[in-house]
Design a protein around this ligand. Structure first.
Ligand code: GEK
Length: 256
């Protein structure tokens, strides 16, 4: 048996983008962010490693041979590479999509280093709103929908649902906002405490928060559930939550 690839074995640079000076303007996924992204997301999203590992475990259950797995907003491909490792030898195609060229360059070099067969993984430099979804047994949106303009979110969900196989599923992970403002600020405060414990300074936390304010637009779990139901998903389970970070599994109706 082939040994596991250890997809996260190559550490990127440490994220100190907001330590010494404010990066000008809104947050963008450029080459500076891509270079530190692995460190940034692990130190910013509580439970990120668990979500990636469980995404791969769920892929094993949901992806029969001959189907496709879409990782929309794949960044450096943490989920795609973990799935490629887990499903070694299974005839499934992973389509990893991102609109950031530096992120995809990072994924392509990791894929080459880990020896993932080109036929097993396709990397697409594309806006996920233009991506045709076909024969998808699993669609992954790990912390990507929150960056899509709210008016475009329902159309995207409908296209995803239409492109899924009868027994397909979607994993949707998002930063959320809570309907109770008091609880919402409590979670935000405790999340900042988490970031301080992960080595970010007060200044870094507040600069990053300002940079993300207009580009990361979180919604409530109720908003997500309503949109998923509208798009036709039959059942939605929230399988993970840590503070204002959640992951949901949405299943399509079995049409056999
Ligand atoms: C992970 N899933 O490591 N089309 C394509 N890509 C987009 C678009 C778009 N319209 N908008 C944003 N992106 C990853 C983490 S990060 C989350 C996802 C974060 C891409 C963007 O370039 C970035 O790579 C990714 O979505 C969001 O599990 O940084 O908090």
């Amino acid at each position: 048996m082939k040994p596991p690839m250890k997809p996260s074995m190559k550490p990127g640079q440490r994220d100190d983008l907001y330590a010494t000076r404010a990066m000008p303007g809104d947050f963008v996924f450029d080459e500076r962010v891509a270079a530190v992204f692995d460190d940034m997301i692990h130190r910013s999203v509580p439970g990120y490693a668990t979500i990636v590992a469980m995404t791969a475990a769920l892929a094993e259950r949901y992806c029969p041979p001959g189907t496709r797995i879409y990782d929309l907003g794949c960044s450096l491909g943490a989920a795609s590479l973990a799935i490629a490792d887990r499903l070694q030898g299974r005839d499934c195609e992973i389509i990893a999509v991102d609109s950031s060229r530096p992120m995809l360059d990072g994924l392509e070099s990791r894929r080459a280093e880990l020896g993932v067969r080109a036929g097993a993984m396709q990397c697409r430099h594309q806006d996920i709103r233009d991506c045709v979804i076909e024969n998808a047994s699993l669609v992954i949106l790990n912390f990507t929908l929150q960056f899509i303009t709210p008016e475009d979110r329902s159309g995207l969900m409908q296209r995803i649902h239409a492109g899924m196989t009868g027994r397909g599923a979607m994993i949707l992970s998002e930063k959320i906002v809570l309907p109770d403002p008091e609880l919402n600020s409590l979670y935000i405060d405790v999340h900042h405490e988490f970031k301080r414990a992960m080595g970010y300074s007060e200044l870094e936390i507040s600069r990053k928060r300002a940079a993300l304010e207009k580009v990361l637009l979180p919604e409530t779990v109720a908003d997500h559930r309503a949109r998923l139901a509208d798009a036709g998903f039959e059942s939605v389970e929230q399988w993970f939550q840590c503070l204002n970070w959640v992951s949901m599994l949405a299943r399509k109706r079995d049409e056999r």
